[in-house]
Write a protein that binds this ligand. Structure first.
Ligand SMILES: [Zn+2]
Length: 324
């Protein structure tokens, strides 16, 4: 990982200058789309606050005694709270344990830093259990909540944190960064498919998602032609990546909606798939496409909970076959 990403320069400078003045808030809420490196930013900020000899820009040295402790994951005053393996939620017991730790003093006598990510995965009782610690975190303490969907956090939590928002980098910033990571080919398409976020675009490139996507559009359109069985397809895609599958569907429906109102294909997300999408757009009703898009968005939210992905995809595929 880089120390911090070029599109985070403003946020980094602002926070570091406040830290130097000793006016850092006790709790931050880092928000922005997934794929912008918010979590990495939080980790580097923690490293910077702990490091014995940070550089002029405030970045950690990576070599001092404390940086080595952090690298080994054994710094006693640095805490990361995330859903445990195979769980999608941060449980109340995890928050209680965390609050107990925070009720005690720093072990090494310096800062105490915690990252809760993704913060919206706390359920209501876990969030309530966190309130008191957020209100009185103690001296030289920084609690960072990382969230791509801060709207799902209780207002009581949001109001106790200072918000740091991460916006989308411009195209050239993303393109330059992706090229430095060795990404080749149609970078514009990669970014379009990744909500324009560079880290997601990199993952899309590295994981061969484009090949999967090419296979999936044929299967998805094949559903409507009676060439695919929705139950079998749901089983197949649920085993791969239901989130990704849903993101693709949303982008195709968005393009179909665009094509209904404008024949100009230059604004399409999936510009490489216009030959597949144009004929379908002519057959389908605009209102039906909108209501299917709504359904996809609800499903997207449900996927972050303990929903049955197989049933969810089956339902979506069957609806897709039926819409006219
Ligand atoms: Zn250091």
């Amino acid at each position: 990982m880089e120390k911090s990403y070029s599109w985070q320069d403003n946020q980094w400078r602002q926070i570091i200058s406040r830290a130097k003045l000793g006016s850092l808030p006790h709790s931050l809420l880092l928000t922005g789309l997934p794929g912008l490196g918010k979590f990495d930013f939080a980790v580097e900020l923690a490293n910077s606050l702990f490091c014995e000899q940070p550089d002029e820009e405030g970045h950690s040295c990576g070599q001092c005694r404390i940086c080595l402790l952090l690298k080994a994951g054994t710094h006693p005053d640095f805490h990361i709270v995330s859903p445990e393996e195979k769980s999608k939620v941060i449980k109340i017991d995890q928050i209680r344990d965390f609050c107990n730790v925070m009720a005690h003093k720093s072990q090494l006598g310096g800062y105490r830093v915690a990252i809760l990510s993704p913060a919206e995965s706390m359920n209501t009782s876990a969030a309530n259990a966190l309130l008191k610690t957020l209100e009185e975190p103690g001296e030289r303490t920084l609690i960072m909540l990382v969230s791509s969907q801060p709207g799902y956090l209780p207002a009581t939590i949001r109001s106790r944190c200072q918000k740091v928002d991460f916006g989308l980098p411009d195209y050239n910033t993303s393109k330059n960064w992706l090229e430095k990571q060795g990404v080749t080919g149609d970078i514009k398409l990669l970014l379009n498919l990744s909500l324009k976020t560079p880290l997601t675009a990199l993952a899309t490139f590295n994981d061969g998602h484009l090949q999967e996507r090419a296979a999936f559009i044929n299967e998805f359109l094949g559903l409507k032609q009676g060439l695919q069985n929705p139950l079998q397809l749901a089983d197949k895609w649920n085993k791969l990546q239901p989130e990704r599958c849903l993101a693709w569907m949303m982008s195709w429906i968005m393009d179909l909606i665009r094509l209904k109102s404008d024949d100009n294909t230059s604004h399409m997300i999936n510009n490489d798939m216009k030959q597949h999408l144009q004929p379908i757009a002519r057959q389908l009703d605009l209102l039906n496409l909108f209501s299917f898009q709504d359904k996809l968005q609800v499903a997207n939210r449900q996927l972050t909970t303990q929903v049955n992905g197989q049933l969810l995809l089956e339902d979506l595929f069957i609806t897709w076959i039926k819409i006219r």
